[in-house]
Write a protein that binds this ligand. Sequence first.
Ligand code: BT5
Length: 242
Amino acid sequence: SAVEFGLDAPYEVEYHDSIDSTNRRGRELAGDGREDIVVLADEQTGGRGRLKREWSSPSGGIWLSLLLRPTMPTTHAPLVTMAAAVATAEAVASTGVEPEIKWPNDVLVDGKKVSGILTEMEGEADRISWLVVGIGINANVDIESLPEDRATSLRELCGDVDRREVVQTLLESMSELVADRDRILSAWRARSGTLGRRVSVETPNGEIVGEAVDVESPGALLVDTADGRERVTVGDCEHLRP
Ligand code: BT5
């Protein structure tokens, strides 16, 4: 079930039929001094989400990590993650389904997660040394092999897709956005399902409920609450019914 390669991608691609985690391999390549390389796998045996959560990665999915060395302060890393969410949404949209981005970087279809993103990074305050952005897309996988609630797959939504085309679209979009960072937030806004919605955000300082009104560089969510405007930089966001 290996993906057919010969990708005409803007990055070098290292392909694995099976690997523990493409992010783990991306970090290893960073240690070897590499950059602008994509690690891609058909299956991950130890896929990881944020906060040490697990990421189900059965054969047939799109599991990839992009190793970059962008010239920017570490505080701007969320912008790269948002670019990845936009690129992923464009790739999903290219299959004919309608995705929306949930702040900061989940890609949903019909309220269910079709993709997740995990960014890892090293650097000094004023300069990123390396950044690995890991993207998982539930492509040609059965939903029975995913966590029960609120996950979906392209197979479920529209039938099996050509993963090579989806990855190609994703990487082209990503390289354009990374080269032109001023476009990232506006592209994110255009694909966002969060803005204009009532949201509840679990932050380290408690829950914030209100209307999400905008995002601000390098990725903060502005929420209008009963007590005024809050600027949220980290948290888990839920879309509430109007
Ligand atoms: C994420 O974490 O959404 C980031 C996922 C990043 C995965 C990619 S795949 C390539 C690269 N290599 C890796 O090892 N990782 C990256 P988080 O927001 O923490 O979501 C994790 C939660 O989503 C889990 O606790 C489950 O509830 C749920 N989940 C697990 N696997 C899923 C899947 N395949 N689809 C949808 N939801 C899933």
